[in-house]
Design a protein around this ligand. Structure first.
Ligand code: BES
Ligand code: ZN
Ligand code: ZN
Length: 474
């Protein structure tokens, strides 16, 4: 999406104009003149300016006029969603103009551009009738939009879309190595260094979780390390992302109904890898080291078995009682490596547990950690970025739930309850004393229905929060 600024409606070449209407048809700043004559028509369509309402009607000069309801009280997130709905109603137009950014809310321009950019998304790589479309042009009419801020926001939205593309891509076309190599290529023109650890090197580095989980697949596991160390940066953020390119459950195989969307199980790895690209593009003054732990959880003859024990690089041992609880097994490798960097904070992101989705529903991520103030900071970064996260407990007297008869711990808990907590508890054993926050995105990473700026399928969830967090550390 390309964004420019024009002074008046007469200066735009747009074929559609998106304007805002508050409750009881009170027009938003910038749209008053435009809307004067339309109130009878709006009423006849039962358009009252309620939040969520959208109405497109023929306007002057052959232009489409798209009205979006803003409700009674509007915040930045409401505006972001309204802008997205407006853009979708104008989705067949290549040049769209709007006045929504003139609304008096802090960061209104960024919210409007962000919402529209995220709504301007289709995944059509496998649609044989997909048409090449020109890049969408958005013209902001009037006001004083912060064009530099908007460019920065577009960098983040590109990273969101890159994450969606990767998550939506069928597993057959994203082996662990393909994933790693594509990022290694993507960072060639950026101040980011890439290292891929695979084959015998995984043994040498004692990345035992990746080896065990990846053993059942003909497509071998690997670890991708991306490093951004700008001059003068004072703090270091380490990121770890779960990158299971397909989760069949392994020998503890999933029922078909739980398997069909498991191409999404690498959403954490896609989010952290895309986020570090955006952070480097923005030139934020903070060191970032990202680890994507990449494997395919399959049932081949070399697959790990229930009852096997994994010995990790930090000396800890884990008894694998359910091969479908594989995310924690590979994340443990990434967390060991991240802790060795001695960062100020480790953040891991993972489609880790169905339990978290049951606890918080499909659109909210669970946030756990060993340091309350960092958990709060991450939740606040999410809030200002427009993503929904909720702090969850990580009690220090629940180790009995992961006690193993033969190893230091087992990879599932005794009993059915608290599955998101016990998964986090296992992860906590691999970060030592380093402040660490775990974000379980099993719900919001992949949506079964579209809403405002979130499409069906991969949502790109987490990228905006990670960039916002990096910004707050820079
Ligand atoms: N990848 C799944 C979790 C998941 C579920 C992600 C739904 C996205 C949507 C994970 O590897 C898994 O299978 N977890 C098991 C753990 C259980 C065996 C302890 C689960 O949540 O059922
Ligand atoms: Zn699993
Ligand atoms: Zn999984």
């Amino acid at each position: 999406m390309k964004v420019t600024s024009v002074s008046t409606l007469d200066d735009t070449t747009a074929t559609a104009v998106v304007v805002g209407v508050f409750a009881e048809l009170e027009s938003a700043p910038g749209s008053r003149a435009l809307l004067q004559d339309y109130s009878a028509i709006l009423k006849s369509f039962d358009f009252e300016g309620k939040s969520g309402q959208v109405l497109a009607i023929p306007g002057e000069n052959g232009r489409k006029l798209v009205m979006v309801g803003l409700g009674e009280e509007l915040d930045a997130e409401g505006l972001r969603q309204a802008a997205a709905r407006g853009l979708k109603a104008a989705s067949s137009d290549d040049v769209v103009a709007t006045t929504l950014h003139q609304i008096e809310i802090d960061g209104a321009d960024l919210a409007v551009v962000g919402g529209m950019a995220m709504a301007d998304y289709r995944y059509e790589d496998y649609k044989s009738d997909a048409k090449e479309r020109p890049e969408l042009q958005l013209e902001l009419i009037g006001g004083e939009p912060d064009l530099a801020g908007i460019d920065a926001s577009l960098v983040v939205m590109e990273a969101v879309k890159k994450t969606r593309d990767l998550v939506n891509r069928p597993s057959i076309s994203k082996s662990p190595m393909t994933f790693a190599q594509e990022f290694a290529e993507a960072v060639e023109k950026l101040p980011i260094s890439a290292r891929i650890v695979s084959g015998d090197e995984l043994e040498k580095e004692k990345l035992a979780g990746l080896i065990a989980v990846g053993a059942g697949s003909s497509r071998p596991p690997c670890l991708l390390k991306l490093e951004y160390r700008p001059k003068d940066a004072k703090r270091t953020l380490a990121l770890v992302g779960k990158g299971i390119v397909f989760d069949s459950g392994g020998l503890s195989i999933k029922p078909a109904d739980y398997m069909y969307d498991m191409k999404c199980d690498m959403a954490g790895a896609a989010a952290v890898s895309s986020a570090i690209l955006a952070i480097a593009r923005l030139g934020l003054s903070v060191n970032v080291v990202a680890f994507a732990v990449l494997a395919e959880n399959m049932t081949g003859s070399h697959a790990q078995r229930p009852g096997d024990v994994i010995r990790y690089r930090n000396g800890k041992t884990v008894e694998v009682l359910n091969t479908d609880a594989e995310g924690r097994l590979v994340l443990a490798d990434g967390l060991c490596l991240a802790a060795e960097e001695k960062p100020d904070l480790i953040v891991d992101m993972a489609t880790l547990t169905g339990a978290c989705k049951i606890a918080l529903g499909p659109s909210i991520a669970g946030v756990f950690g060993n340091d309350r103030s960092w958990v709060e900071k991450v939740v606040l970064s999410a809030e200002s970025a427009g993503e929904r996260m909720w702090a969850m407990p990580l009690p220090d007297d629940h180790d009995y739930m992961i006690e193993s008869d033969v190893a230091d711990m087992k990879n599932i808990s005794t009993g059915r309850y608290g599955g998101a907590i016990t998964a986090a508890l296992i992860l906590s054993k691999f970060v030592g004393e380093v402040p660490w926050v775990h974000i379980d995105v099993a719900g919001p990473a992949y949506m079964t229905k579209a809403d405002h700026y979130i499409p069906k399928g991969g949502s790109g969830f987490g990228v905006r929060t990670l960039v916002e967090l990096a910004r707050s550390l820079s």
